[in-house]
Design a protein around this ligand. Structure first.
Ligand code: AMP
Length: 471
């Protein structure tokens, strides 16, 4: 859970085919995946071959009023929530992006980050493409526009192998809904269905928690490298054919399980809650500490703290209470209110902490500044000892696949020892989960996951993207 407004999240996508309340269900779907992006949201619906669109900067609940949803007529729709990883926070970058191709209107919602975006953009611009915004998704629209085929799936078959990096896409054309996932399957994308009598509606979403809300049944994941084409006539699945083979079978983002995804989602076939709890249990095995109480940094540290507490037998308490109603902006007080930035969101309870030896669990430690402030507040609340336990390995590398971490120089563990970090944050002891322990908890390994932020092993070429400011 971040306290810093400068921190970036990623995006969430949703799509539904053949449902009388397509836009409304898309609205609910976006509501469920709001945690994946809070900068902008949008819905495009399809009615008799025509697109209707509404998108704005802000939160789903603020953007869509009854009067905005009513005009989004039709039986199919796609939606997007965004927190920019490339391109700035401008309405022109808000998704779904729409365009009129020779074959008809097309709308694209994208989660992920295209590594070779700058290179492709240069090529397309030198060939005459005019770009509206600065995000990497627009590149795909230009590639589709130039493709001679009026069959969108064939145009995607030609275009997608040129993209390097992460993409989970939901695309709405005048006659079909297409879902596609990059060959390494970095970001999640799942397929579900709603049965109403003899009618079947298909649903695609970043996370299964969106299905739970709208009463859809999970069918399966969209496979890494799959293009799934859903139309009134048929459903066709095909594989993206790469020129050179990928470095590994898949590169699912382990950070989805550590921090990003909602704990009530099943991501890459595993319960996120289950993974986080197991990470906490493993952490207790690896770095035991005598203490009176285990507390989470809410909300991100909660499942791991439960796991740690159950494994160690040390009681779990809510030692820090989170205010869930903190918006993105608030009027800052003057210097007179100390630690306001943290306290507005997290308030330590002396009732739980006074005179106690406390183990604090968080999911990750990145710059260290949040932990430093939290530890300071816990001490002010009267704790005798503060032991920080991090339920993931040290974050040493930026993500170039859709999670916007700071530059390497700002990742404290990339250049400081654990002892130096401990001193900086002011904890009595500090320990991280080992990489091996993370894989034990995940019941998986680096052959099928990407953990570049923890081990520096990037599963694609980086095309110089590591020299740019951020992804
Ligand atoms: P820091 O002060 O930089 O060490 O921040 C650590 C906190 O940020 C932890 O509570 C994490 O849950 C949270 N966090 C980790 N990664 C991200 C991210 N990519 N975006 C937002 N918050 C994050």
């Amino acid at each position: 859970m971040s306290l810093k407004s400068s921190w970036k999240d990623e995006c969430g996508v949703f799509g539904i085919w053949n449902h009388a309340e397509a836009a409304r269900l898309t609205y609910l779907g976006l509501y469920a995946i709001q945690h994946r992006g809070q900068e902008s949201a949008g819905i495009v619906s399809l009615e008799n071959g025509v697109h209707h669109i509404h998108k704005e900067l802000g939160l789903v609940a603020d953007i869509f009023k009854e009067s905005d949803l009513a005009p989004l007529k039709g039986s199919s729709a796609i939606g997007h929530v965004r927190y920019s990883t490339t391109g700035s926070n401008l309405i022109v970058n808000a998704q779904p992006l729409t365009s009129n191709l020779l074959s008809g209107p097309v709308a694209v919602a994208h989660n992920g980050n295209i590594i070779n975006a700058a290179e492709l953009r240069n090529v397309l611009q030198s060939e005459g493409s005019i770009f509206q915004g600065t995000n990497d998704t627009e590149i795909l629209l230009h590639m589709l526009a130039r493709n001679p085929s009026n069959n969108l799936r064939i145009a995607l078959r030609d275009s997608l192998p040129r993209l390097e990096g992460a993409y989970s896409l939901v695309i709405l054309a005048h006659d079909r809904l297409i879902a596609a996932r990059d060959p390494l399957g970095f970001r999640p994308l799942v397929l579900g269905q709603i049965k109403t009598g003899n009618e079947v509606s298909y649903v695609v979403a970043s996370e299964t928690c969106a299905f739970d809300l709208i009463g859809a049944d999970f069918i399966r994941e969209i496979e890494p490298g799959e293009i799934l084409d859903i139309s009134a006539k048929e459903i066709i699945s095909e594989k993206i054919v790469l020129k050179a083979p990928a470095k590994k079978k898949s590169a699912h983002c382990v950070f989805e399980h550590v921090y990003f995804a909602r704990p009530d989602s099943v991501v890459f076939g595993r319960s996120v809650y289950g993974s986080r709890k197991k990470m906490g249990e493993q952490l207790a095995l690896e770095s035991a500490q005598e203490a009176d109480v285990v507390i989470p940094v809410p909300d991100s540290g909660v499942p791991a703290a439960i796991g740690y507490s159950q494994k160690s037998g040390i009681p779990f308490e809510f030692g820090i209470i989170r205010n869930h109603y903190v918006g993105r902006t608030f009027i800052q007080p003057g210097q007179s209110v100390r630690d306001f930035g943290v306290k507005v969101k997290l308030n330590p309870q002396p009732e739980v902490l006074k005179g106690k030896k406390v183990i604090v669990i968080d999911d990750s430690l990145v710059r260290g500044t949040t932990s430093q402030k939290i530890i300071n507040l816990i001490r002010q609340a009267g704790a005798k000892e503060v032991h920080l336990r991090i339920a993931s390995p040290p974050t040493i590398g930026p993500c170039y696949y859709g999670v916007n971490t700071p530059q390497k120089s700002q990742l404290i563990a990339s250049h400081q020892s654990i002892e130096d970090i401990r001193k900086f944050i002011g904890a009595d002891t500090l320990a991280y989960l080992s990489e091996k322990g993370m894989w034990t908890a995940m019941q998986a390994g680096p052959e099928t996951f990407c953990a570049a932020c923890f081990n520096g092993d990037y599963p694609t070429s980086l095309n110089g993207v590591e020299n740019k400011k951020s992804c």
